[in-house]
Design a protein around this ligand. Structure first.
Ligand SMILES: Cc1ncc(COP(=O)(O)O)c(C=O)c1O
Length: 456
């Protein structure tokens, strides 16, 4: 029947002016092995098709839209001193020890005896072992170097990870949160359409609001993959051991997998807050962890991060057989990625030297002091503020119930300060605003003085 429908509705190809043959459709349907998307094939097959999932995405990614508005404002107001506290990009340079290691790595590339070509796709042992020792073993967590995959960024890893999981998985995402999780879920074809309220069908949203302290509650509908991000971007909230234990137990009980983004782990100042989900008993059987040197050591432009997939993490095939996840990511990583450059990995390894550790601590203390200034200044001005203690982000409730974008425009026009509208992180972020503490100190102080003069 489906074949007849295809033959009857097949159109003439505008390029070769021919109709597809019965043999063509038979082979196409056989190849696809499924008829449910057969409408897709009704046009004559003589053109390249796009991934239709991209059409479901909302118009623009948040940060390009901020960039557009700021460019328009700057063009209309030349000479205005605009302070940027929007996109979460760092401003302080690489520290001396890291820079020296970077230079040394480059120097080695210039000599035949030390030159390196392709390295191991998963990262050099010297870096993976430094990570295992310092980020895990010293915290009492047993992660071995062979469970660590070095990459060029957590943005890529948190997006790409979905590729090794089936399209039939249901994904749970906090609202608001780093937009990459939702957008890459859409791109990978795991969702339906975007509804008027901004939610995509087939995603389990977990609202994070003042009432729950911006900590998601366990979902009523069981998801297969659960994105968690602590310290959180954008709310700056952290999860206690008790909270993470609830999630790990939930994942064990429900055979779900937690995708734990700990890009801001280095900003945790309170001793009782876990730095890794693997500090929680049982987590190695249900979680993948993403870490990045971007915000830890100023690597946003240098590019280096890593993903940890424990040997004991399993998912299931359609017959219900357990399948180890790590070999799948290994296959994906080694097929589609050729490793981070040697000098960059040398620079990253220097973060774990005694001097490197001290310098990076200083860098983080600088940004956290900015966060304190933002938090306390805005609080003194009567704003309700969250975060900024264990995270470089301060999450602020707008005044006079302004929408996030109205507040963005007011701040840009009246104070020439750029922040990030909370609604850009998800519908529940409406009415909130994110300030990033990554600006220069003098700009942070100047921005706070300008906000003090805002009139409503
Ligand atoms: C929560 C979160 N994860 C990951 C990233 C991206 O990190 P990377 O620079 O390693 O791609 C960011 C960057 O802003 C982030 O906020």
């Amino acid at each position: 029947m489906i074949l007849n429908k295809l033959l009857n509705t097949s159109k003439y190809c505008p390029i070769n002016n021919k109709k597809n043959t019965k043999e063509y459709f038979v082979s196409l349907l056989t190849l696809k092995g499924q008829y449910k998307n057969s409408n897709y094939y009704i046009t004559n097959h003589c053109m390249a098709y796009i991934n239709e999932n991209y059409l479901k995405l909302k118009a623009g990614y948040l940060f390009p839209e901020i960039g557009r508005r700021v460019r328009e404002f700057a063009a209309a107001n030349p000479g205005k001193d605009i302070i940027r506290m929007g996109i979460g990009d760092v401003t302080q340079p690489l520290t001396p020890t890291i820079l020296k290691a970077f230079h040394d790595g480059v120097e080695e590339m210039g000599h035949k005896s030390t030159f390196k070509g392709y390295g191991p796709e998963q990262g050099y042992d010297f870096l993976r072992e430094a990570i295992a020792e310092n980020d895990y073993k010293l915290r009492g967590v047993n992660i071995s170097a062979d469970e660590i995959f070095v990459s060029d960024g957590s943005k890529c890893d948190t997006g790409n990870i979905q590729e090794i999981f089936g399209d039939n998985n249901i994904i749970a995402i906090c609202d608001p949160v780093y937009p990459v999780y939702a957008d890459t879920t859409v791109m990978s074809g795991k969702t339906g359409a975007c509804q008027a309220n901004g939610y995509f069908d087939n995603i389990v949203y977990m609202p994070c609001n003042e009432a729950n302290g911006f900590i998601p509650e366990l979902p009523a509908t069981r998801p297969d993959l659960i994105f968690l991000c602590f310290p959180n971007n954008p709310t700056g909230t952290v999860a206690t051991k008790e909270v993470l234990k609830l999630w790990v137990d939930y994942a064990i009980k429900n055979k779900s997998i937690i995708l734990y983004d700990a890009a801001y782990e280095a900003y945790i100042t309170e001793d009782t807050i876990p730095h890794s989900i693997f500090e929680i008993e049982g987590a190695k059987s249900v979680a993948i962890e993403f870490r990045s040197f971007s915000k830890t050591a100023g690597f946003t432009g240098t590019r280096c991060a890593f993903t940890v997939i424990p040997n004991e993490l399993f998912a299931y095939d359609l017959k219900g057989n357990q399948v180890a996840v790590k070999p799948l990511w290994m296959r994906r990583h080694t097929t589609k990625f050729n490793g981070v450059s040697y000098p960059v990995q040398k620079a990253a390894a220097a973060i774990y030297s005694e001097e490197g550790k001290k310098e990076v601590k200083g860098l983080i203390a600088y940004y956290l002091e900015n966060a304190r200034i933002i938090r306390e200044s805005l609080s003194a001005l009567g704003y309700t503020v969250f975060g900024g203690i264990n995270a470089p982000y301060v999450w602020v409730k707008t005044k006079n119930n302004l929408t996030s974008w109205k507040f963005f425009d007011k701040l840009l026009n009246d104070a020439n300060v750029v922040g990030t509208p909370g609604s850009g992180f998800g519908p529940a972020g409406e009415g909130y605003f994110r300030f990033s503490a990554f600006a220069d100190r003098e700009n942070v102080i100047k921005a706070m003085a300008r906000i003090k003069n805002l009139t409503y």
